[in-house]
Design a protein around this ligand. Structure first.
Ligand code: FNR
Length: 383
């Protein structure tokens, strides 16, 4: 077992252990992957100000996110097919988040269902919804999330139509994998993964299969989802869904100040400044680049969160200093999960937390809630 000290170490191990089609599914962006790449490289353009001779004996990373106490202002983002990176992946990720004291968000497109995750955790988690045309399905899944005690609904707004990822098409991505000759050759080297999958008792895509009209198994799911994403989703519908849910609402996929103002106007509790990890509109700006203008546009009217590109505690500190009250990570914990299951997700959280804490100290800051732009050197062409 190699010594793991960075998120990149987890990524290498994930690549080695998970089947190629699922590793590629995580480690890809849409079309040319420009936005996917810039989500990371733009973080590198921002530098940190070293400060010395500041008492740093009493430091804190504790904060609140939409009114909930957290060990650090970070949540695990919803990731479809998490349970294909590692058997029962959603349950393992949720348990690691719960142990660490940060929220976990379950995707509509998860392998384990809302009920599976609720049965294996003790703290409320967040549920992410893709709005589908079938209103009965939407009403029903909202009711299931309420029943399971989910404490926030994360409504994803940037995927009513799918951005194309070439790797997934070339790999013939399906869950479970179709047994073609190249897939079988690849799976033969992934015995650790296969053993876990053989032992799991979950029904695949438990949020949808058996709950949507005409979807009786995973193979009938893909045409259903392609037809069902609601192309007519607009702010009126979002406001109606807010009423239906009646609890904390987070709007995910905001990348423009005008949309952020609309989110504040309908009374959402938070937005996530996000380009879906570079998986949707290729050519869009990186999330860290648009964050300052969005934070300035909405002020204190709504909580501003951010995701896309966070791979370290330094990245996290930069986002918080540029106006995010919290960050969400996708791939950073998925690498951990694919590498080492629940222990890998815990490891990813520990790595990021330690990096955040030490970086704060070296910048002469003690309280994560008081980070501001003064701690950074930001290039002039950043918005
Ligand atoms: C995602 N993301 C995502 N978002 C969402 O709202 N519902 C989903 O089902 C998924 N599925 C998904 C799968 C995979 C493999 C990835 C990598 C991402 C987007 C996710 O929630 C988040 O916005 C990004 O992952 C953030 O970027 P980083 O942290 O991965 O760079």
């Amino acid at each position: 077992m190699p010594v793991i000290t960075t998120i990149d170490d987890l990524k290498r191990l994930h690549k080695r252990r998970a089947p190629k089609m699922f590793y590629d599914y995580a480690e890809s962006g849409s079309w040319t992957e420009q936005t996917f790449r810039e989500n990371s490289t733009d973080f590198d353009l921002i530098r940190l100000r070293q400060r010395v001779a500041v008492d740093m004996s009493d430091r804190s990373t504790a904060a609140t996110l939409i009114g909930t106490d957290v060990a650090m202002p970070l949540a695990l983002a919803p990731v479809g097919l998490t349970g294909m990176q590692c058997a029962d992946g959603e349950i393992k990720a949720a348990r690691a988040a719960e142990k660490f004291g940060v929220p976990y968000t379950l995707s509509t497109m998860s392998i384990c269902s809302i009920e599976d995750v609720a049965a294996h955790t003790t703290q409320p988690f967040w549920f992410q919804l893709y709005v589908m045309q079938d209103e009965e399905f939407v009403d029903n899944i909202i009711a299931r999330a309420k029943k399971a005690g989910c404490s926030a609904l994360v409504l994803t707004l940037d995927l009513q139509i799918l951005g194309q990822r070439h790797k997934d098409l070339k790999n013939g991505l399906t869950a479970p994998p179709k047994l073609t000759i190249p897939t079988m050759i690849n799976l033969a080297t992934k015995w650790h993964w296969g053993l876990g999958m053989l032992q799991t008792k979950r029904r695949f895509f438990g949020n949808i299969v058996g709950h949507a009209k005409g979807v009786g198994d995973a193979s009938s799911l893909s045409s259903w989802t392609n037809e069902q994403f609601d192309l007519r989703l607009d702010w009126d519908k979002i406001a109606k869904l807010k009423e239906k849910w009646g609890g904390k609402l987070i709007l995910k996929g905001i990348l423009d100040a005008e949309d952020a103002k609309k989110a504040a106007a309908i009374g959402a509790d938070a937005i996530i400044v996000s380009n879906h990890g570079g998986r949707q509109l290729d050519g869009a700006l990186s999330a860290i680049r648009v964050l300052p203008s969005i934070a300035a546009a909405v002020g204190d009217r709504i909580e501003v969160h951010m995701d896309s590109g966070i791979r370290s505690g330094q990245d996290m500190l930069k986002a918080l200093a540029l106006g995010a009250k919290g960050v969400h990570i996708g791939r950073a914990y998925i690498y951990g999960l694919g590498a080492m299951g629940e222990a890998g997700v815990s490891k990813a959280l520990e790595i990021i937390h330690k990096e955040l804490d030490v970086t704060m100290a070296l910048c002469g800051r003690r309280d994560v809630r008081a980070l501001d732009r003064d701690v950074l050197l930001v290039p002039q062409d950043f918005e």
